[in-house]
Write a protein that binds this ligand. Structure first.
Ligand code: ADP
Length: 191
Protein backbone atom coordinates (compact mmCIF):
# COMPACT_ATOMS: atom_id res chain seq x y z
CA UNK A 1 0.00 0.00 0.00
CA UNK A 2 1.04 3.60 -0.58
CA UNK A 3 0.01 5.64 2.40
CA UNK A 4 0.41 9.02 4.05
CA UNK A 5 -0.16 9.78 7.71
CA UNK A 6 -1.12 13.36 8.61
CA UNK A 7 -1.49 14.92 12.02
CA UNK A 8 -0.23 17.82 14.13
CA UNK A 9 3.05 17.71 16.07
CA UNK A 10 2.53 15.56 19.13
CA UNK A 11 -0.31 13.51 17.64
CA UNK A 12 1.81 10.36 17.83
CA UNK A 13 2.25 10.05 14.07
CA UNK A 14 5.76 8.63 14.24
CA UNK A 15 4.80 5.90 16.71
CA UNK A 16 1.75 4.88 14.73
CA UNK A 17 3.60 5.06 11.40
CA UNK A 18 6.26 2.61 12.62
CA UNK A 19 3.68 0.15 13.92
CA UNK A 20 1.34 0.27 10.94
CA UNK A 21 4.18 0.07 8.40
CA UNK A 22 5.74 -2.94 10.17
CA UNK A 23 2.43 -4.76 10.05
CA UNK A 24 2.02 -4.02 6.35
CA UNK A 25 5.64 -4.87 5.53
CA UNK A 26 6.37 -1.45 4.04
CA UNK A 27 8.93 1.16 5.12
CA UNK A 28 7.78 4.10 7.26
CA UNK A 29 9.50 7.13 5.77
CA UNK A 30 9.75 10.13 8.08
CA UNK A 31 11.18 13.32 6.62
CA UNK A 32 11.74 14.60 10.18
CA UNK A 33 13.86 11.50 10.94
CA UNK A 34 15.84 11.95 7.72
CA UNK A 35 16.58 15.58 8.60
CA UNK A 36 17.53 14.73 12.20
CA UNK A 37 19.86 11.93 11.05
CA UNK A 38 21.59 14.36 8.70
CA UNK A 39 21.99 16.93 11.49
CA UNK A 40 23.44 14.25 13.77
CA UNK A 41 25.87 13.07 11.10
CA UNK A 42 26.83 16.65 10.27
CA UNK A 43 26.18 16.26 6.56
CA UNK A 44 25.85 19.21 4.17
CA UNK A 45 22.06 18.78 4.25
CA UNK A 46 22.16 18.67 8.03
CA UNK A 47 23.98 22.01 8.12
CA UNK A 48 21.37 23.51 5.79
CA UNK A 49 18.35 22.46 7.84
CA UNK A 50 19.61 22.61 11.42
CA UNK A 51 18.40 26.11 12.25
CA UNK A 52 15.08 25.56 10.48
CA UNK A 53 14.30 22.48 12.57
CA UNK A 54 15.30 24.28 15.75
CA UNK A 55 12.90 27.12 14.97
CA UNK A 56 9.99 24.80 14.19
CA UNK A 57 9.56 26.22 10.68
CA UNK A 58 9.43 24.15 7.49
CA UNK A 59 12.40 23.14 5.38
CA UNK A 60 12.00 24.47 1.81
CA UNK A 61 9.85 22.44 -0.56
CA UNK A 62 12.77 22.17 -2.96
CA UNK A 63 15.05 20.43 -0.47
CA UNK A 64 12.28 18.28 0.99
CA UNK A 65 10.91 17.13 -2.36
CA UNK A 66 14.39 16.15 -3.57
CA UNK A 67 14.95 14.04 -0.47
CA UNK A 68 11.64 12.24 -0.76
CA UNK A 69 12.15 11.61 -4.46
CA UNK A 70 15.47 9.87 -3.74
CA UNK A 71 14.05 7.91 -0.84
CA UNK A 72 11.01 6.65 -2.76
CA UNK A 73 13.29 5.31 -5.47
CA UNK A 74 15.10 3.02 -3.04
CA UNK A 75 14.35 -0.66 -3.51
CA UNK A 76 12.42 -1.16 -0.27
CA UNK A 77 9.82 1.44 -1.25
CA UNK A 78 9.01 -0.18 -4.58
CA UNK A 79 6.08 -2.20 -3.24
CA UNK A 80 4.68 0.51 -1.00
CA UNK A 81 5.47 2.98 1.76
CA UNK A 82 3.98 5.01 4.56
CA UNK A 83 5.00 8.67 4.45
CA UNK A 84 5.14 10.38 7.85
CA UNK A 85 5.60 14.15 7.82
CA UNK A 86 5.37 14.49 4.06
CA UNK A 87 3.69 16.12 2.23
CA UNK A 88 3.31 19.12 4.54
CA UNK A 89 2.45 21.85 2.03
CA UNK A 90 0.22 22.03 -1.05
CA UNK A 91 3.33 22.38 -3.21
CA UNK A 92 4.60 19.10 -1.75
CA UNK A 93 1.28 17.45 -2.62
CA UNK A 94 1.83 18.45 -6.26
CA UNK A 95 5.43 17.26 -6.19
CA UNK A 96 4.45 13.90 -4.75
CA UNK A 97 1.71 13.52 -7.36
CA UNK A 98 4.28 14.10 -10.08
CA UNK A 99 6.76 11.61 -8.57
CA UNK A 100 4.12 8.90 -8.32
CA UNK A 101 2.73 9.59 -11.79
CA UNK A 102 6.23 9.24 -13.29
CA UNK A 103 6.43 5.77 -11.79
CA UNK A 104 2.83 4.87 -12.68
CA UNK A 105 1.89 4.70 -9.01
CA UNK A 106 -1.00 6.07 -6.94
CA UNK A 107 -1.83 6.59 -3.29
CA UNK A 108 -4.18 4.16 -1.58
CA UNK A 109 -5.14 6.20 1.48
CA UNK A 110 -4.27 9.19 3.62
CA UNK A 111 -4.71 8.69 7.35
CA UNK A 112 -5.42 11.82 9.36
CA UNK A 113 -4.89 11.49 13.12
CA UNK A 114 -7.28 13.91 14.79
CA UNK A 115 -6.42 15.18 18.25
CA UNK A 116 -7.46 17.84 20.70
CA UNK A 117 -4.95 20.69 20.39
CA UNK A 118 -4.87 21.59 24.09
CA UNK A 119 -4.32 17.94 25.03
CA UNK A 120 -1.45 17.69 22.56
CA UNK A 121 0.18 20.89 23.79
CA UNK A 122 -0.06 19.53 27.33
CA UNK A 123 1.49 16.21 26.23
CA UNK A 124 4.39 17.98 24.48
CA UNK A 125 5.05 20.24 27.47
CA UNK A 126 5.26 17.20 29.73
CA UNK A 127 7.65 15.48 27.32
CA UNK A 128 9.82 18.60 27.15
CA UNK A 129 9.98 18.63 30.93
CA UNK A 130 10.84 14.93 31.24
CA UNK A 131 13.45 15.00 28.48
CA UNK A 132 14.83 18.36 29.53
CA UNK A 133 14.14 20.03 26.18
CA UNK A 134 14.40 23.60 27.43
CA UNK A 135 13.76 25.07 23.97
CA UNK A 136 10.35 23.36 23.72
CA UNK A 137 8.52 26.15 25.51
CA UNK A 138 4.76 26.50 25.37
CA UNK A 139 5.24 29.39 22.94
CA UNK A 140 7.30 27.28 20.50
CA UNK A 141 4.89 24.36 20.83
CA UNK A 142 1.86 26.59 20.14
CA UNK A 143 3.66 28.14 17.17
CA UNK A 144 4.29 24.68 15.67
CA UNK A 145 0.58 23.89 16.05
CA UNK A 146 -0.31 27.17 14.36
CA UNK A 147 2.03 26.45 11.44
CA UNK A 148 0.46 23.01 11.10
CA UNK A 149 -3.06 24.45 11.13
CA UNK A 150 -2.13 27.03 8.51
CA UNK A 151 0.14 25.05 6.18
CA UNK A 152 -0.67 21.38 6.57
CA UNK A 153 -4.25 20.95 7.81
CA UNK A 154 -5.60 22.09 4.39
CA UNK A 155 -4.02 18.98 2.85
CA UNK A 156 -6.73 16.88 4.48
CA UNK A 157 -9.35 18.66 2.36
CA UNK A 158 -7.38 17.98 -0.80
CA UNK A 159 -7.20 14.26 -0.09
CA UNK A 160 -10.82 14.18 1.09
CA UNK A 161 -11.75 15.59 -2.32
CA UNK A 162 -9.97 12.62 -3.89
CA UNK A 163 -11.79 10.24 -1.55
CA UNK A 164 -8.50 9.09 -0.05
CA UNK A 165 -8.87 10.60 3.42
CA UNK A 166 -9.44 8.32 6.39
CA UNK A 167 -9.88 10.19 9.68
CA UNK A 168 -8.85 8.36 12.81
CA UNK A 169 -9.28 9.52 16.40
CA UNK A 170 -5.73 9.87 17.70
CA UNK A 171 -6.65 10.29 21.36
CA UNK A 172 -6.34 7.38 23.78
CA UNK A 173 -3.90 4.51 24.31
CA UNK A 174 -1.27 3.79 21.64
CA UNK A 175 -2.66 0.27 21.02
CA UNK A 176 -6.17 1.58 20.73
CA UNK A 177 -5.16 4.12 18.09
CA UNK A 178 -3.20 1.47 16.15
CA UNK A 179 -6.22 -0.81 15.95
CA UNK A 180 -8.42 2.10 14.86
CA UNK A 181 -5.97 2.74 12.01
CA UNK A 182 -5.89 -0.97 11.08
CA UNK A 183 -9.68 -1.03 10.96
CA UNK A 184 -9.85 2.17 8.92
CA UNK A 185 -7.39 0.77 6.38
CA UNK A 186 -9.43 -2.37 5.89
CA UNK A 187 -12.04 -0.16 4.30
CA UNK A 188 -9.50 1.62 2.09
CA UNK A 189 -8.59 0.59 -1.44
CA UNK A 190 -5.85 -2.07 -1.70
CA UNK A 191 -2.95 -1.95 -4.11
P1 ADP B 1 6.71 16.78 14.34
O1 ADP B 1 5.97 15.47 14.38
O2 ADP B 1 7.05 17.32 15.70
O3 ADP B 1 6.08 17.79 13.45
P2 ADP B 1 8.73 15.79 12.45
O4 ADP B 1 9.68 14.80 12.92
O5 ADP B 1 7.66 15.33 11.51
O6 ADP B 1 8.14 16.47 13.76
O7 ADP B 1 9.49 17.01 11.73
C1 ADP B 1 10.45 17.78 12.42
C2 ADP B 1 10.82 19.02 11.62
O8 ADP B 1 11.41 18.65 10.35
C3 ADP B 1 9.66 19.94 11.23
O9 ADP B 1 9.32 20.83 12.26
C4 ADP B 1 10.25 20.65 10.01
O10 ADP B 1 11.16 21.67 10.37
C5 ADP B 1 11.04 19.56 9.32
N1 ADP B 1 10.25 18.84 8.30
C6 ADP B 1 9.87 17.53 8.36
N2 ADP B 1 9.15 17.20 7.29
C7 ADP B 1 9.04 18.31 6.52
C8 ADP B 1 8.39 18.62 5.29
N3 ADP B 1 7.68 17.69 4.63
N4 ADP B 1 8.50 19.86 4.80
C9 ADP B 1 9.19 20.79 5.45
N5 ADP B 1 9.82 20.59 6.63
C10 ADP B 1 9.74 19.36 7.17
Amino acid sequence: MRLIILGPPGAGKGTQATRVAARLGIPAISTGDIFRANIKNETELGRQVKDILASGGYVTDEITNAIVRDRLREADAEGGFLLDGYPRTLAQVDALDAMLAEDGQALDAVIELTVDEDAVVHRLLKRAEIEGRADDTEEVIRERQAIYRRETAPLADVYAGRELLVQVDGMGEVDEVTSRIDDALKGARRS
